[in-house]
Design a protein around this ligand. Sequence first.
Ligand code: G3P
Length: 212
Amino acid sequence: MELFLDTANLEEISLYGAFIDGITTNPTIMSRYAHNEHYSLVRKICGMVRGPVSVEVNSEDFEGMVQEGQKLATISNKVCVKLPCTFDGFMASKKLSAGGIPTNLTLCFSPTQALIAAKCGATYVSPFIGRLEDSGHDGILLLEEIAEIYQANEYETKILAASIRSVSHVVQAARIGVGAITLPPHVMQQCLEHPLTHKGMEIFSRNWENKK
Ligand code: G3P
C-alpha cells in the first residue's frame, strides 16, 4: 500500500519524506503555496519524492483538461494528472491514459463513479471519505464497495483513500486493503505518535536517572 502526503508545503514534504511514496495536491492546496509559480512548485515537489505527484487540472472541459494534463506531464514523469469524476474528466482520463499519462480520478463519491474511472484507464481513483461523512454518508462503506467491485472485476485502478480526517480513517482504509492513502500532515503526525509511547519514555528516563 502506498502512503501519500496531501500537501504542497515543501517543509512538510521534507519532514515526512522518509515515510511517503508520493504527494497529492488539489487546487485549494496549490493555491496556498504556489503563488504565481505553479509549475515550478510541481517540479520542486517531483524532485523530492520517489513516487507519483498528483496535480489537478483547473479546466472543466475535455479539451482544456487534456491540454493541461499533457502540459503537466511534461514537468516530470512522476506527475499523475488529477481529473474530476465528471463526464469530461472521465473522457480526459481515457485520452490521457491511452497516451501513457497516469491519471487520478478525484472527487469520487459513488461506486459507479469508481467503476467508470476504472473503465477509463485511471491509475488511481480518489474516494473522498471525510467529505462524504460530512454530508451524512458512510465513507468507509464506499471504500468497501469499490474494493469489492474492483476485486470482482480484476480492475487495475488503485483505490486512493482521500479526504482523510483521522487515524481511524487510516486504519480502516488500510484494513480494507486500498492501494493508497493520502494523509494530511497533521494526521500523518498523529499516526506516528501515541501518548503511551511518550509516557513510557518519561518513566524509562526517570528510572535511568535515578539508578543506583
Ligand atoms: O486529497 C483530497 C483531499 O485533499 C481533500 O481533503 O480534507 O479537503 O476534504 P479535504
